[in-house]
Structures are given as structure tokens and as C-alpha cells.
Design a protein around this ligand. Structure first.
Ligand SMILES: [Zn+2]
Length: 126
């Protein structure tokens, strides 16, 4: 795969990765606001500066907040980013052929070509 293509998929993967962390940020800020309301009892004029906290929340803490599904997704994205660095990205883990660009654009962290993926799914149903 050409360097330019690798760069494009890397960008796609990084965008998806950022979206995951944005979602966690949104969830944690909603949780913070709920805590803040509870703490203030809605009546107190006392201002809590809790919203300032968590802006420097570490990536590790964010990962901790992810569901197991989210963690697995993130893991696959990180693995795909590693393969981009290794220059092994875009090759099917099963048959070694190139994964089609259409598939990589839809699922940039794909490890298998569509044929192997379908074969594997069929085998699982049996
Ligand atoms: Zn394959």
C-alpha cells in the first residue's frame, strides 16, 4: 500500500479514535453535572467548580469508563494504527491478500478481507 493511502487510513482511524474519547468525555461531563446538581441541591447559590476538573482526565481513566464493547473497538483501532506503522496494514490476516479499499473505508480496523470474514461467519453459524 502506498504511503499516501496509509496516511489516509491512519487519519480515518485517528478520527474514529477521537470520536470514542469524545463520547467518553460527554458521558463523564453529564455524570459530573448530575453530581454537581445533587451536591448543590439546586437551591444553593454556592458555585461548584467541579466542571473544571476532569479536563485533564487521563486517557487511561477514559478507557476505564468505556464499555467492554468500546474497549474492544478501541483495541482494534490501536492494532490497526500499529499495523500502519509496521506497513502490514491492509493485508488480510487469513489469506494475506489485500483488503479492498471499499471495505477499509467502511471498516478501517478490518483485519480480514470480505471473503475470509464471510467464511468465518459462516463457519461460526454452523
Ligand atoms: Zn482473506
Amino acid at each position: 500500500m502506498r504511503a499516501r493511502e496509509l496516511k489516509m487510513y491512519e487519519k480515518l482511524l485517528l478520527e474514529r479514535r477521537a470520536a470514542i474519547f469524545q463520547e467518553v468525555e460527554r458521558m463523564s461531563s453529564a455524570a459530573r453535572q448530575a453530581t454537581q446538581r445533587e451536591a448543590s441541591g439546586e437551591l444553593s447559590s454556592h458555585t461548584f467548580h467541579m466542571a473544571d476538573r476532569g479536563t485533564d482526565q487521563s486517557e487511561r481513566e477514559k478507557v476505564f469508563m468505556l464499555s467492554s464493547k468500546g474497549k474492544r473497538y478501541l483495541f482494534h483501532i490501536d492494532e490497526a494504527l500499529r499495523r500502519i506503522k509496521d506497513k502490514t496494514y491492509g493485508k488480510c490476516h487469513q489469506c494475506g491478500k489485500d483488503i479492498s479499499p471499499e471495505r477499509l473505508k467502511a471498516v478501517p480496523h478490518a483485519r480480514y478481507c470480505i471473503e475470509c470474514k464471510e467464511a468465518e461467519e459462516k463457519a461460526r453459524q454452523r
